[in-house]
Each structure stands twice: as structure tokens, then as C-alpha cells.
Design a protein around this ligand. Structure first.
Ligand SMILES: *[C@@H]1O[C@H](CO)[C@@H](O)[C@H](O)[C@H]1NC(C)=O
Ligand SMILES: *[C@@H]1O[C@H](CO)[C@@H](O)[C@H](O)[C@H]1NC(C)=O
Ligand SMILES: *[C@@H]1O[C@H](CO)[C@@H](O)[C@H](O)[C@H]1NC(C)=O
Length: 360
């Protein structure tokens, strides 16, 4: 009896990882079909995914812990589930190390029944450095390996809001775009390097955001490789002073060569923002230059804060461009941070945010 037990224990230990955890084994089959229009989201863990609008979702990049239930559920809705890929570039300049990293990710994707990988490397890279070439090679080799080993799988790469060495990310954007299935353009944190006055500004001003897509397209990157990522969060700045015109001056926090940065503020979820605006001094205001909402509030100590964020009005002005330019789709950072409590007002706000992804 005891030998049988040991045998079973070993069998489970050795093969258990490849047993389909879903109710039906078909749900472990990878999603293969290409979609004309992608709604691509990041999930950072927890159970809010149960409240997402699954009729829209095509791809979900999982940045939280592996959740088999989420994988099964996504597959039952025809949505892909992606691994996260991140590695210090200094370690993958070496070809053997790079190959080992890719092997590891492909094996993990197979064991977890995943449909591809989202590569999220936001490290500073100088043009012409060993890391510059290694990054391009990493993306190309990862894509080749995934396509070969998991037919129909998707490999995407996250890029900064503009290709102009933002945050010293001077990557070979053209080659990277050619080497993978799509680029997720992170159209947010656009005040990470403030060169002018140190004042609070919009996380993703409309014109600045769209001009950057014109630049990506101007480099002859195929519009079908570009996904627009919008923020579902904003920034809360403590104002050193508030001018008569309402400009909030912020502490000087340098970042990668710039004297000040949005790092002076705190990132806040749309859920938090929607609660805070109700008890603000100003209520929701609209900046017609940046085309973004903002408000001022006083904290418990009487300190004035200014909050800049995106809401359906500012988001749909951007996502309209996705249709007019024929981009591959839309997405957001991140799906978890709306209010999914089901409370009436929250439910309407949440629904409008999802729908704004598809334009005005
Ligand atoms: C979910 O998205 C679809 C569009 O794909 C929309 O028609 C529907 O109203 C949305 N559902 C909710 C509850 O908002
Ligand atoms: C290979 O990667 C490991 C970490 O996984 C690192 O410690 C090592 O220095 C790397 N080797 C080279 C030659 O880059
Ligand atoms: C934004 O860009 C559009 C088109 O280029 C232009 O007509 C408009 O004046 C700009 N708005 C602002 C506030 O800069």
C-alpha cells in the first residue's frame, strides 16, 4: 500500500503541472486565431477579473500571480492569456543566457496553458550599446520560439509613449516592431521628464499623446502593430503653491536627466479619484489645452493637492484616433483599478470607462 502511495505522490509531483486545471480539458487549448481589433488589458492579480466586460476582451496580460481559474475563464471567452516577461538586460547580452531565458518562458507558458508573452522591459538603454542589440535580439528570438513551440501564440512588447528616448529608453523601435506581433504603447506617465516649469500637468495630454503615434507611424511602423494603452489612473500632486490661474507648483524630483518629474506625485486609481472628486474644493474641471480633467482638494492638514487623471471624455478623444488611423487596438493600465463593487454610481462609471475604450 505504502509503495503505491509513494508512486502516486511521485506521479502527481512529476506530471501534475501539465494536468489541465479547467473544468473541461478543451479550455486548456491555446487560443490561436488572430483578431482584427484587440482589446488588450493588464491584470495585476486578485479577483476583479470576474467583473470585467468579457465581451470586449481579446487579450489579458497577467502581471499578478498565476491564476488557473482566470486562464480557464479567459479561454472560455476566446481571450488570450499572456505571461509577463522581464529580465535585467545586462544578463541577456550573453547569447546562452538569452536562450536559456527564452526556453524557460516557453516552458512556463506551456505548463500554464498560456497563449504568449508580453515583454515589459522599461530599462534605460543607450543607442549602440550591447544592451541595445541584445534587446532587439531578445524580442526577435522570443517571438520565433513562441511561434514555433506554441503555434498561434502572441508576443507583444511594451514601449514608452513616444519613440524619442523617453526615460532614456533609446530602443531600436523599428526592428523591435518588426520582430514581434505588436507594440503596446504606454500612453501615460508623460510627465516623467518635465523640462519646463515644475507644475502639475496631465498624465496623458491628448495632443501630445496623438502626436507621438504620428511619430511611430512616421517611422514606417505598421499601424496594425500599434496598440494604444490608456491610463485608468491619475496623479495626485501636493502643491507647494497654487497660482491665481490655478497652476500647482510641485517639488523638484529629478528623473533620468530631467529636473522634475511626475515622481513628485502619487499614482491614484480611478476608483479613488471618483471618490475624492466628490469632496474636492473645485469639483471636476477641464483643461482645454491638455484636454484632461483635474481638480483641487485640501487634505486633512489643509494642504492643497491637485489631481490630474483620465476619464471617459479624455480617453475617448484618444481612442477615436485608433479607429481613424487603423491601429491594432486599445488597452489600459490596468484593468483592476476601477470600482467593481457593483454600487449603482460606481457601476455606471466603470461601464463608461470600459466603453470609452471603443471611442466617443
Ligand atoms: C460590454 O461591451 C460591449 C461592447 O463590446 C457593450 O455593447 C456592452 O454594453 C458592454 N457591457 C456593459 C455591461 O457595459
Ligand atoms: C547570466 O544570467 C545570470 C542571472 O540569471 C547572471 O548572474 C549572470 O551574470 C549572467 N551571465 C552573463 C555572462 O551575462
Ligand atoms: C490639438 O491638435 C489639433 C490638430 O493638430 C489642433 O487643431 C488643436 O488646436 C490642438 N489643440 C491644442 C489645445 O493644442
Amino acid at each position: 500500500m505504502s509503495w503505491l502511495f509513494v508512486f502516486l505522490w511521485m506521479a502527481v509531483g512529476l506530471c501534475g503541472a501539465n494536468v489541465c486545471p479547467c473544468e473541461r480539458p478543451q479550455l486548456c487549448e491555446q487560443i490561436r486565431g488572430q483578431r482584427d481589433f484587440e482589446v488588450f488589458l493588464f491584470d495585476v492579480g486578485g479577483t476583479t477579473w470576474k467583473s470585467y466586460n468579457w465581451s470586449m476582451i481579446t487579450t489579458i496580460a497577467t502581471f499578478g500571480e498565476y491564476d488557473a481559474e482566470l486562464m480557464c475563464y479567459a479561454h472560455s471567452n476566446g481571450a488570450r492569456v499572456l505571461l509577463k516577461g522581464d529580465v535585467p538586460l545586462v544578463n541577456i547580452v550573453d547569447k546562452e543566457n538569452r536562450t536559456a531565458w527564452i526556453r524557460d518562458k516557453v516552458d512556463l507558458a506551456k505548463r500554464q496553458f498560456m497563449d504568449g508573452i508580453n515583454i515589459d522591459i522599461e530599462q534605460a538603454v543607450d543607442k549602440g550599446s550591447p544592451e541595445y542589440q541584445a534587446l532587439t535580439d531578445l524580442v526577435r528570438e522570443t517571438t520565433e520560439a513562441f511561434h514555433r513551440e506554441i503555434p498561434g501564440s502572441q508576443v507583444s512588447f511594451d514601449v514608452a509613449w513616444s519613440p524619442n528616448c523617453i526615460d532614456r529608453r533609446c530602443y531600436d523601435y523599428v526592428s523591435i516592431a518588426e520582430s514581434c506581433d505588436l507594440l503596446f504603447v504606454m500612453s501615460y506617465d508623460e510627465q516623467s521628464q518635465i523640462m519646463g516649469d515644475c507644475i502639475a500637468m496631465a498624465n496623458a495630454p491628448v495632443n501630445q499623446t496623438l502626436n507621438a503615434y504620428d511619430q511611430y507611424l512616421g517611422m514606417k511602423i505598421d499601424p496594425k502593430k500599434l496598440l494604444m494603452g490608456v491610463p485608468w489612473y491619475g496623479y495626485d500632486y501636493s502643491c507647494l503653491s497654487l497660482s491665481e490661474e490655478g497652476k500647482c507648483s510641485i517639488a523638484k524630483v529629478p528623473f533620468r536627466g530631467a529636473p522634475c518629474s511626475d515622481a513628485a506625485g502619487r499614482q491614484k486609481t480611478y476608483k479613488w479619484i471618483m471618490k475624492q472628486v466628490d469632496s474636492s474644493m473645485t469639483g471636476r474641471m477641464w483643461d482645454s489645452q491638455q484636454m484632461a480633467p483635474y481638480f483641487n482638494y485640501k487634505n486633512e492638514e489643509g494642504q492643497i493637492h491637485q489631481v490630474w487623471y483620465d476619464d471617459p471624455q479624455s480617453i475617448c478623444l484618444k481612442t477615436d484616433y485608433v479607429k481613424t488611423k487603423g491601429l491594432r487596438g486599445v488597452g489600459m493600465w490596468n484593468a483592476n483599478i476601477l470600482d467593481y463593487s457593483g454600487e449603482t454610481v460606481a457601476q455606471q462609471q466603470t461601464q463608461k470607462m470600459w466603453n470609452a475604450l471603443l471611442g466617443c
